[in-house]
Structure formats: C-alpha cells, structure tokens
Design a protein around this ligand. Structure first.
Ligand code: ADP
Ligand code: MG
Length: 602
C-alpha cells in the first residue's frame, strides 16, 4: 500500500483511496489538516510536539515553535533574508547552503522539521489502518527546484518512508478532479496556500494529464495576508494603546494569530470586529472586507505576472481554457476568487475542499503506482531549464524548461587549453543567460588525459527522472576512456552531515526503544511483586522462616530499584525474586492441586 501526502507549508494531510473513494486520516483534533508546526519542549528528554498542540505553544514559547519550514527547504540563508525579520525563531546557525533553526542548544534543518511532520502523519495513518505504512507519494509545489525536491525526498526518508514519487501539487489537484469527471480540455490550477503560489496549465484528455506549463512564486501566500493585515492594524494599536504589538516575539505571535482568525472570518462576513487581548492590552476595531482586500491587494497583484507568463509558456489563450481549479486555503478569500475570475475570464470550480484537493490527488497517484487504477498516465514538465557553465560564465542549456518528464539530454564540449587534465562542470538551473544569475545546483570535476585544446570530446548527459530529480554523467569519448561522476545531492549537506542526521534518527529510535523496555520491565516487576504478596497471604504456612525472609528481602530489593530507571537492575531483582519463590510456587501449586482433588470424588 502507498499513501498520498500533501506536505504543506501551513498544513499537511495524508490519505489513501479506498474502494475508489478518497479517505483522509484525521488528527486527534478530528480534522484532516495537521498544522506543519513543531514545538521543541525545553526539557530535551521530551519528544517534539507536532500539529495543533504545537501551534498553541507559539504564544508562550515563540522561539521554540518552528512553522513555515517548507519555505526554507533546500534553500540557503541568502534566499530567505527578508523572512528572518518576520519570523520569531532563531536563524543563527544557517549557512549559504542551508537554513537552520536554532532552538535551545540544538539546531534543526527544514528537512528534519519536515521529517517530524511526515512521521506524525505516518503514525496517524498507521493508527487508523492498524498496519505499518512504508511507502508514500509526496507532493511539492510545481516551481520547486531540484534542491527542494531532493530535500523533500530526504525528509521522507528521515521519517522512515520510501518516497515512491514526488508529484507536483497542481498535477495532484487535477488528478483529484479527474476522479469524478474525465474532462477533455485545458485546465488552469490556481493554488494559493499559506506560503507558496503556483499556477499551472494542464491538458487533460482521456484520463491523461499533461502539464503544459507551470509558474509561480515560492514566497507568496496566506501568511502574507496575515502580515498585510498586521501592518494595517499595528499602527492603529500603537496609536490607541501606546503598545507596539510587533515589539516582542510573544506579542507578535499572538497578534499574527488574531490577524489570521480575522482573515478567515472575513471570508464569510463582510464586516467583523477585530479583537486582540494580550497581557493588559485590549484592542477592538471594526474591520470591513474592503479594508482587508485593500491591505492584501499588493500581494495578490504579485500573482498576476506568473499567470501571464504561464499562459504564454503553455501557448494557450484564456479562451481555450475549459476549467479553472482553485486549490489552497487562501482561495477561500472572496477577493482571490474574483481575481482569478478576472484573469481567466471564467468562474473557477471548487467543488472539492480547496485544502484537501492536493492530498486527494496524492492518494490517487499513490493508487495508480500501487497498480489499483488503470488507464491513467501522468506527464509532468520541468519547471526551470538546466545547463552547465561554459567559457566566459555563459550558460549552455541542456534541458529546456517545460520539457516533459522523464527526460535525458546530451551535449558535447571540449577544452580550451592545451594539456588540460580536468574540466570543471558547474550545473546551473534557471532561465538567465549568465551563470551568476542562475541557481548553482552542483559542481564536479572530470579528469581527462592531457591533449591539445579542442581535441577532447566531453559528453555531458543530464537525466531527470519522473520525480523531477536530476543526475548528471560526464565522460571523455575521444580516447575511449570514460569517467563518470556522481553528483552529490544538492540540498547543501555534506555526506557527514547526512550521515549524522540519519544516525540521529536511529539514535532517537534507540532512546524510544530503551524507554519502552524500561516501562515494560517496571510493569513486569510491579505485577510480580503483587502476585507474590498475594501468594504470601494465601500460603505463608507452607514456607520455612529462611525462605520467607529471602522472599521478603527480594521484594524490598525490587521496591528499591524500581524508581532508579535502571532496567538491568530491575530485571536482576525480578530474577532474584523469581528464584526465591520457585520452590514456594511449586508448593503452592501442589497444595492447590491436592485441595482441588480432595474436594472431588473420583
Ligand atoms: P499550504 O498548502 O501552504 O499548507 P493551505 O492550503 O492549507 O496551505 O492554506 C493555508 C492558508 O489558508 C493559511 O494562510 C490560512 O490562513 C488560509 N486559510 C484557511 N482557511 C481560510 C479562510 N476561510 N479564509 C482565508 N484564508 C484561509
Ligand atoms: Mg498546499
């Protein structure tokens, strides 16, 4: 069995297809949405807390609660500078290669946070299904680059899941709708979640989904709406109370959550009373949907360009589009719906819950992979071009954006210096012409035999698998000598770091096991003591004084070691009691048998 997972910036979901229908597993709060939030308790012996209970800790311990981690997955600190100011947690410990969140004296990568969320989802499914879940399909925003996809896959592995497929979220949304009706046409998927915006245009025909083009903004979503409302209200609060709600981490967290609540209310009502209580501050303010729409418009406007670009890339006009699908919690905002209608010139469909569409689609994909659904094929496209740096810092594109996956492509190069013994291969992702403007994915060296300039023939092959993950091979053909290279995963971790993270997850597994064995030993000891005491009451006349003294001493020993948490000592003490009572137990049994027999007439 393979499960489908929507690992969201704000909320994550897990589900399967059961008897042809989607089934999403529920959290202990009774909803399918698990907030992608992790709280690390001050006491390191306590395990991290995931979901709503973690969200609730935001106000009291803002520096111990990590949320929106998906924004940072597969990214370096310079990618996210602006976010540092807006989020209450500690980014020290981050590097150019990778963001890290420091909580107390430990730091965590976005992948580890993702893994904790995934592990929690896995447990939810396992509890309801009563079986172990080993394989999953995980969705990612269509615009995710290679590093971000790799990092997501790695998070799955850290959570003990084999990642059967990484699927683009809009593709999953199309699959979810394909469940009920098999449309022939061109579909636009508009996905505005908590932290990312994606627009995709797909061709659907006879159960085949082909992604024509994708575009988006990895830093645009409902969180921005919360911040926009906060920026609108903060000066009013400051003016009225003399208190700046953004001044401390804890007031900021409580203020932002009040803004988020108001935002949701304004999706259903045209006017509300915004209220915020914090310490001794009480603030109330009448807020209209118009105020909110105005505050968010600068952000909403940022979704326009990606839509236009996507239409252009897909070479379809809005009149060819047959359906517009809404995905993501933020598409519940009426202004967003109106905006989508303005762009695409038609009423968007949202018959499925926009929060659940992607998870349902992931479950559909999982069902296809496990062989339960026939006649459905899936074609995805590569979101950004891939190439290598050549002389003068110019990019030579090897795979162009919007090529259908899986794909491989080969290019030939040569040297420009006599006797060159190595070539540097610098892999880049992006649309710009100069290498410095594109994202660096990997760098490696290919050793070659010394030859005059221009003589070596170097073949570089790019392979992008069905998950959108890239591997590269390079070889020198001229001399018949070949050399190939494996590129390190490009999410910015060294081998040692990967190893130590895997070890950490095993280490934790060991602590978990030890804890379980200790509890089991304690329970066993307690029940042994209880049983012995009960037998002493019944049959102490069968014991000689020495035996009795030894049994009582063995019981005292157990009572002494029980609170020490020393599993080995507890086990030893139990063994001693078992030995001391061995003869007694035999005597008791004989006695009982004799009694039973004497009451019977044979
Ligand atoms: P993600 O895919 O990023 O995890 P979701 O699709 O779960 O996100 O959407 C989460 C976002 O949707 C949050 O910003 C949340 O505030 C917003 N949201 C949820 N319900 C509503 C609503 N009724 N009105 C406005 N925004 C909402
Ligand atoms: Mg989403």
């Amino acid at each position: 069995m393979i499960v489908g997972i929507d690992l969201g910036t704000t909320n994550s979901l897990i589900g399967i297809i059961e008897k042809g229908r989607p089934r999403l597993f529920q959290t202990s709060e009774g909803t399918s949405l698990l907030p992608s939030v992790v709280y690390f308790p001050g006491d390191p012996a306590q395990s991290p807390v995931v979901g709503t209970p973690a969200v609730e800790m935001k106000v009291s311990f803002p520096e111990r609660v990590i949320y929106s981690a998906k924004r940072f997955i597969g990214r370096g600190i310079s990618d996210v500078k602006d976010w540092q100011k807006l989020l209450p947690y500690d980014f020290s410990g981050s590097s150019e290669q990778m963001v890290r969140f420091t909580v107390g004296d430990k730091s965590y990568t976005p992948m580890e946070i993702g893994a904790l969320v995934l592990k929690h989802l896995k447990t939810l499914a396992e509890q309801e299904l009563g079986t172990e879940v080993k394989k999953a399909v995980i969705t990612v925003p269509a615009y995710f680059n290679d590093a971000q996809r790799q990092a997501t896959k790695f998070a799955g592995e850290l959570a003990g899941l084999e990642v059967a497929r990484i699927v683009n979220e809009p593709t999953a949304a199309c699959l979810a709708y394909g469940l009920d009706k098999k449309t022939e046409g061109v579909v636009a998927v508009f996905d505005l979640g908590g932290g990312t915006f994606d627009i995709s245009i797909l061709r659907v025909s006879g159960g085949v989904f082909e992604v024509l083009a994708t575009n988006g903004d990895t830093a645009l979503g409902g969180d921005d709406f919360d911040h926009a409302l906060a920026s609108h209200l903060a000066p009013l609060i400051h003016q009225a109370t003399g208190f700046d709600p953004m001044q401390s981490a804890s007031s900021k967290a409580s203020f932002l959550s009040a803004c988020e609540k108001a935002k949701r209310e304004l999706s259903d009502q045209t006017e509300i009373v915004f209220s915020w209580n914090h310490d001794a501050i009480v603030f109330e303010h009448r807020l209209t949907r118009g105020d909110f729409d105005e505050a968010i418009y600068p952000f909403l406007k940022r979704a326009l360009l990606p839509c236009v670009q996507c239409l252009e890339d897909s070479k379809v006009s809005t009149s060819t589009i047959t359906d517009v699908i809404l995905v993501g919690g933020s598409t519940r905002v009426p202004r967003v719906r109106a905006f989508v209608k303005e762009i695409f010139g038609r009423e968007p469909i949202c018959t499925l819950n926009p929060d659940e569409v992607v998870a349902i689609g992931a479950a559909v994909q999982a069902n296809i992979l496990s062989g339960h659904t026939q006649g459905m094929l899936l074609l995805d496209v590569i979101p950004l071009s891939l190439g290598i740096k050549t002389m003068g810092g110019v990019v030579s594109k090897i795979i162009h954006r919007n090529s259908t996956l899986p794909i491989s492509a080969t290019e030939h190069y040569s040297t420009y210096l006599d006797g060159q013994v190595a070539v540097d291969i610098h892999v880049l992702q992006g649309e710009r012409e100069l290498s410095k403007d594109n994202r660096s994915l990997a760098r490696f060296q290919l050793k070659i035999p010394p030859l005059p300039a221009g003589v070596p023939k170097i073949e570089v092959e790019f392979i992008v698998d069905a998950n959108g993950i890239l591997s590269i091979r390079a070889m020198e053909l001229r001399t018949g000598q070949t050399a190939s290279v494996t590129v390190n995963p490009s999410y910015g971790l060294t081998d040692t770091e990967v190893e130590s993270m895997l070890m950490a997850s095993f280490e934790n597994a060991e602590t978990d096991f030890n804890q379980r064995f200790l509890i089991e030993a304690q329970m066993e000891a307690e029940s042994l003591v209880r049983a012995t005491q009960k037998s002493l009451l019944q049959g102490s006349h069968l014991l000689d004084p020495d035996q009795k003294a030894e049994i009582e001493s063995a019981i005292r020993r157990i009572e002494k070691v029980l609170p020490t948490q020393e599993r080995e000592e507890i086990k030893k003490a139990c063994e001693r009691l078992s030995q001391a009572t061995e003869k007694f137990a035999q005597d008791l049994l004989n006695h009982a048998v004799k009694e039973a027999l004497s009451n019977r007439e044979i």
